[in-house]
Design a protein around this ligand. Structure first.
Ligand code: ZN
Length: 348
C-alpha cells in the first residue's frame, strides 16, 4: 500500500506546513520535551467583555459574564486538535491538508474542496495540528496503515520493564508511567504523562495546561480531539461527566455526520445516549478524561473522534482516502454546527 502524496504527518511536515502559513496567525507553546506545539488561528478572537470565570458565571445564572456570545459581531469558533496520543495522527494529516487548503485553495494532492469555500469569512478556526509532539517523535513512521496489532501497541503504549507490551487499557494502571516502562509509548509526553488522563485540577503536563488555557481564552463553540482507535468503526464520543445536553448535541452531530458519510459510501458508528461511553450514572465513574475537562473548563461541547487506523487485522480496515475523507466530512459538520449554534444564541 503506497502512501499518498497528501499523507503528511511527521513533526518536520508539521513545521513546514505551519511555516508556510500566511492567512493565519501561529502561537507556539512547548511540550514537556521542549518541542513546539502550534496553535494556528484563522480569524479574530471574539471580545467577550468577560467579568467572571465560567464557574462564577454559572453561579450567577448569566453566561454572558464569561462569554457573551449574543453580541451581533460574535463569530462562531471551532477548535480542532490532532494527536493528543502521538501514534494516532490520522487527524494531523487531515488538519495539515485543511491548512494547505485554506492557504492555497487545494490540499497537498492538489484537490479542491468546494464544501469549505468561504469558511474563513464564516467562522474563527483554531487548529492544533499535533498536541503531543513528544509522543509523535517516538513513532518513526509517516503512517501506521498496514501495521500489525502488536507493532502498533508497541509504539502506541510502549513496553513494561520486562519487555512485554503495556497494552490498553492496562497501561493506565500507572500514571505517570515513566519509571515503569522500558520503551515509552507515544501515548505519553516525555514525562510519561497521558494528557487525556492528566490531573485536570492541577495539570502535570504543559500540553494539558496549554489546551485548557486555549479553550478558556477562546471559548470555542465546539472542540474536537482527534484520536485513532485502532480498527474501530469511526465515530464521535461525547464528554461523559457533563450535563446531558452535551451528549444530545454529540448525538445530533453524529447523525448528520453519518448521513454525510453515507453519501460518500462511508460508515459511521452512531453511539446511543445511554450506552457505552455516554454512561455516567454508575459507580465507579466512567471515563473522567480530557473531553469532560475541556467541556467543564469553558462550558462548551468537546468531543473525541475515534478514527479507524487501517491496521492489518480484523474485518474493518480502511484505506488512506477513506480515513482522510471521514475527517474532512466531520470538519464540515462541525463548521455547520458552530455556525448554527451562534445563530441560535443570537436569536434568544
Ligand atoms: Zn487516543
Amino acid at each position: 500500500m503506497e502512501t499518498p502524496s497528501y499523507w503528511k504527518s511527521t513533526l518536520k511536515e508539521i513545521d513546514e506546513t505551519v511555516n508556510s502559513i500566511k492567512k493565519g496567525k501561529v502561537k507556539t507553546a512547548y511540550s514537556a520535551g521542549k518541542r513546539p506545539i502550534y496553535l494556528v488561528e484563522y480569524g479574530n478572537r471574539n471580545n467577550f467583555q468577560r467579568t467572571a470565570n465560567f464557574s462564577s458565571a454559572c453561579g450567577c445564572h448569566d453566561m454572558a459574564c464569561y462569554a457573551d456570545k449574543k453580541q451581533p459581531d460574535t463569530k462562531p469558533c471551532l477548535l480542532l486538535v490532532g494527536a493528543t496520543h502521538g501514534a494516532e495522527f490520522e487527524g494531523t494529516v487531515a488538519l495539515l491538508n485543511l491548512i494547505k487548503l485554506l492557504e492555497t485553495g487545494t490540499d497537498f494532492a492538489g484537490k479542491a474542496f468546494p464544501m469549505f469555500d468561504g469558511l474563513l469569512e464564516k467562522i474563527n478556526l483554531l487548529i492544533i495540528p499535533c498536541h503531543n509532539p513528544d509522543g509523535r517523535a517516538r513513532v518513526p513512521f509517516d503512517t501506521v496503515l498496514g501495521m500489525s496489532f502488536e507493532e502498533f501497541r508497541y509504539y502506541a503504549q510502549g513496553t513494561w520493564k520486562d519487555g512485554s507490551l503495556a497494552g490498553w487499557p492496562a497501561c493506565k494502571k500507572h500514571h505517570p508511567i515513566l519509571d515503569k516502562v522500558d520503551f515509552l509509548g507515544a501515548y505519553y509526553n516525555d514525562d510519561g504523562v497521558n494528557i487525556q488522563h492528566d490531573d485536570f485540577f492541577k495539570p502535570m503536563a504543559p500540553e494539558t495546561s496549554f489546551l485548557l488555557d486555549v479553550v478558556d481564552e477562546y471559548v470555542p463553540d465546539a472542540t474536537l480531539l482527534l484520536h485513532g482507535g485502532t480498527n474501530t468503526h469511526d465515530g464521535l464520543l461525547p464528554p461523559t461527566h457533563v450535563p446531558l445536553y452535551f451528549k444530545e448535541q454529540t448525538l445530533q452531530i453524529s447523525e448528520k455526520f453519518k448521513a454525510a458519510c453515507e453519501k460518500h459510501g462511508l460508515e459511521v458508528n452512531v453511539r446511543g445516549l445511554f450506552g457505552g461511553m455516554c454512561q455516567n450514572d454508575n459507580y465507579p465513574p466512567f471515563y473522567v478524561d480530557l473531553v469532560s475537562a475541556v467541556t467543564m473548563k469553558c462550558g462548551e461541547l468537546c468531543m473525541v473522534y475515534e478514527s479507524n487506523q487501517g491496521l492489518s487485522y480484523g474485518d474493518y480496515i480502511l484505506g488512506y482516502d477513506e480515513i482522510y475523507m471521514h475527517h474532512m466530512l466531520l470538519f464540515k459538520e462541525l463548521v455547520d454546527y458552530v455556525e448554527g449554534r451562534i445563530e441560535d444564541l443570537k436569536k434568544q
